[in-house]
Design a binder for this molecule. Structure first.
Ligand SMILES: *Cc1c(COP(=O)(O)O)cnc(C)c1O
Length: 423
């Protein structure tokens, strides 16, 4: 829409361009008005006095059913204590990139911890999962390579593919037959040239997917993807942002759940969701990590994560190992909420995770529903384009181990009332 309206463009934009009469940056107002007209305008909401899954918004107490803190670890006393101690000994900021003077003991400890937890040779921290995705795809791809993405991949993977030096292809959501068609048509060498990553001949194929799709809550068909990547000599890159800590017997993610961990070439994750802390990571073989240290620009040119954040993350991995009941409580809550919502007639997607989308389709209807839920004391924002396709707007309900039975029961009752009003 934006391109059609303003390209080719003049600067300053002509006066008739939406809201342009003010000159300067006035055209922005026009574009924002357009968003409002389409119920696509977004604004920030301030949470105060956050206590687990409860907070105060505009002076009113509400329950949060929208975050990704699936195990409630972000407020765990052990994480807080670990962060405090590191603050005392290491200060707030790190003041430098990792390769200059930003690497501290806790970065290395956390990277070792991550590698051990996922049973990989090595791991590397990034400032966020988003930057880990940008770093991996931009550093590893070369002219002649092809990146193949699931249509519903997270925005950070799409942006990463845009930054990468490769052709980009997209297959319909979870459609392995279509993916195979692309693989058959993609010229490539196999096995990759001896110099591997960094080899000048290129022609490598990178299949890239979320392990859990963040807006639909369904799982990627990892066993099928592994089979195809082996058959066609491609690499498989998975983004376990929503799988880490909650899927698999030990919380190692969806790859563990399917028993294919050893077949994943590159495993990317975030420490900001179930881990309850902050930052992103990549884990895999030691050549991969060494390569990223030398070529991944979001790693090389960013200031290192604070030691306090790393200390909290290390503590979280200990909790994942020693308190599996956190995961059990989460899955109990997922079951309770899903079956309760189904019982009162809420149309649910076949999600298999703590992400439970209620798809309304229409943007305005979704916004209205979110507004009514907030009045009843539940914060569940309306997810709209461009996060999901136009006409696929939804309430993205997420549940955590920290929700009480009362909160879950209250949400189910409120949905029931909402539905009866809609009839
Ligand atoms: C949240 C998310 C990210 C980004 O992780 P951050 O650590 O928040 O930057 C990447 N990929 C997926 C699938 C996500 O849901």
């Amino acid at each position: 829409m934006r391109k059609e309206k303003f390209a080719p463009h003049l600067y300053p934009p002509p006066a008739e361009a939406a809201g342009g009469e003010e000159g300067g940056l006035g055209w922005m107002k026009g574009e924002l008005e357009l968003l409002k007209g389409q119920s696509l305008y977004r604004k920030l909401r301030v949470l105060e006095e956050i206590k687990g899954t409860r907070a105060t918004v505009d002076g009113r107490k509400i329950s949060l059913f929208c975050g990704n803190d699936y195990l409630g670890l972000s407020q765990h006393p052990k994480l807080i204590e670990a962060a405090k101690q590191a603050l005392e000994t290491s200060g707030v900021g790190t003041g430098s990139a990792r390769l200059i003077s930003g690497t501290q003991k806790r970065h290395v400890e956390l990277e070792d911890r991550i590698a051990r937890f996922f049973r990989r040779e090595k791991a590397l921290l990034f400032s966020s999962g988003y930057l880990a995705n940008l770093g991996v795809l931009s550093a590893l791809t070369q002219t002649g390579d092809t990146i193949i993405l699931d249509k519903l991949c997270h925005a950070s993977l799409i942006d990463a593919a845009r930054l990468a030096n490769a052709a980009v292809r997209v297959y319909p959501h979870k459609n392995l037959e279509y993916l195979e068609k692309i693989l058959k048509r993609t010229p490539h060498l196999y096995p990759p040239p001896a110099k591997v990553v960094g080899g000048s001949e290129g022609g490598k194929i990178w299949i890239v997917t979320d392990s859990i799709f963040s807006m639909d809550g369904d799982l990627a068909p990892l066993p099928g993807l592994v089979e195809l990547k082996n058959r066609y000599g491609a690499y498989l890159v998975i983004d376990e942002a929503h799988g880490t800590g909650i899927f698999g017997e030990r919380g190692r993610g969806v790859a563990e759940h399917f028993g294919v961990s050893d077949e994943i070439d590159i495993h990317i994750g975030t420490l900001s969701k179930a881990i309850g802390s902050f930052g992103g990571f990549v884990t895999g073989c030691s050549e991969l990590i060494d390569y990223l240290v030398n070529f991944a620009r979001p790693f090389i040119f960013e200031t290192a994560l604070p030691a306090s954040i790393c200390a909290a993350s290390i503590e979280a991995f200990d909790l994942l190992e020693h308190e599996p009941e956190l995961r059990h409580r989460l899955w109990q809550n997922v079951k309770r909420l899903r079956s309760g919502l189904k019982q009162v007639g809420v149309p649910l997607l076949e999600s298999e995770s703590p992400i439970i989308p209620v798809v309304f389709g229409d943007e305005k209807k979704t916004l209205d529903a979110a507004e009514r839920l907030l009045k009843e004391g539940f914060l569940i924002p309306a997810v709209r384009y461009p996060t999901v396709s136009k006409g696929k707007a939804r309430l993205r309900v997420t549940v955590s181990a920290a929700h009480s039975e009362d909160q879950i029961g209250g949400l189910i009752e409120t949905f029931k009332r909402l539905l009866s009003l809609a009839d």
